[in-house]
Design a protein around this ligand. Structure first.
Ligand code: 8IG
Length: 276
């Protein structure tokens, strides 16, 4: 083992991301991507309207990527050419913290996006809603997060400012596209179990509006890599105990399907205006 990589775990992981980015550049012939999007539960088809999909790579062929264990995640990484001539890297294969592959695997997509040249990271997810207006099918802008995984993608004395982590600029653009959009605080738990009703009452009292199993750790890694971060949730279920309906992943997928056209138009509209 080389002594640089053993001495500096952060250098090791960014090197791994660079290899993934080189694979993507070679397989697509696209040397650099401008934006990256990670598609969460319910968002599988949401990138379709942002432009022409020119390449679709199986995730498992890209160094460090894994087939997602979650139904409804496409398991591919795609390159899309936007009408403005920009390139979007669409990561349809997220590794979740609860998969137990370690935190570097969770944020590998984000680090790969940065290594591929992206300046903007768009993180999407499906989540439980904690406010009465956050009903299934409603997209919500993430204004801030609470990381309750007890973990960080950063190691060593790497102090990163997370004030305005979720870009006020891009949230403003999103509200120009859809003025009815509301904002909320997203709380990430480790999962994979959903919460008990008592835990839902707890996280509400902590200030959360949305609860899920992704995004916060990736947002931290994205900020640390210098990316502008935008987060958007699709509420796919009321969090446990808020409605008396039992929670199921089938419900999550169904809400994604019915919200599909709206969230797809929304992402396309945001990307169109990002460079203004
Ligand atoms: I989709 O209600 C989805 N993901 N923790 N709680 C948590 N994660 C989720 C939920 C939910 N819905």
């Amino acid at each position: 083992m080389g002594n640089i990589t053993t001495a500096d775990p952060a250098a090791e992981t960014s090197q791994f991301a660079r290899r993934a980015a080189e694979h993507i550049a070679a397989a697509t012939g696209v040397p650099e991507h401008d934006y990256a999007l990670t598609l969460g539960s319910g968002w599988g088809g949401a990138a379709e309207m942002i432009g022409e999909t020119t390449h679709v790579l199986p995730a498992e062929e890209i160094p460090g990527f894994h087939l997602s264990g979650v139904a409804g995640h496409p398991g591919t990484v795609s390159s899309i050419l936007t009408p403005a001539g920009r390139r979007a890297l669409v990561i349809g294969s997220r590794t979740h913290f609860y998969e137990g592959r370690g935190i570097d695997a969770v944020v590998h997509g984000v680090r790969t996006a940065a290594a591929a040249g992206a300046r903007t990271m768009i993180l999407t997810n499906g989540c439980g809603g904690l406010r009465p207006s956050f009903r299934p099918g409603v997209p919500v802008l993430i204004s801030d997060h609470i990381n309750m995984t007890s973990a960080s993608p950063l190691r060593g004395a790497h102090f990163v400012d997370l004030t305005d982590l979720y870009s006020p600029r891009i949230r403003g653009i999103a509200r120009e596209v859809d003025p009815t959009l509301e904002e909320g605080v997203y709380l990430q738990l480790a999962g994979p179990h959903y919460e008990t009703p008592a835990e839902v009452a707890m996280v509400r009292s902590l200030g959360a509006d949305l609860v899920g199993m992704s995004t916060a750790l990736e947002a931290i890694a994205a900020r640390a890599a210098g990316l502008e971060v935008f987060g958007i949730s699709l509420v796919t279920n009321m969090a446990a105990g808020i409605s008396d309906r039992p929670l199921s992943h089938a419900e999550v997928l169904e809400e994604g399907r019915s919200a599909g056209p709206r969230i797809s138009r929304l992402l396309a509209g945001i990307l169109e205006r990002l460079d203004d």
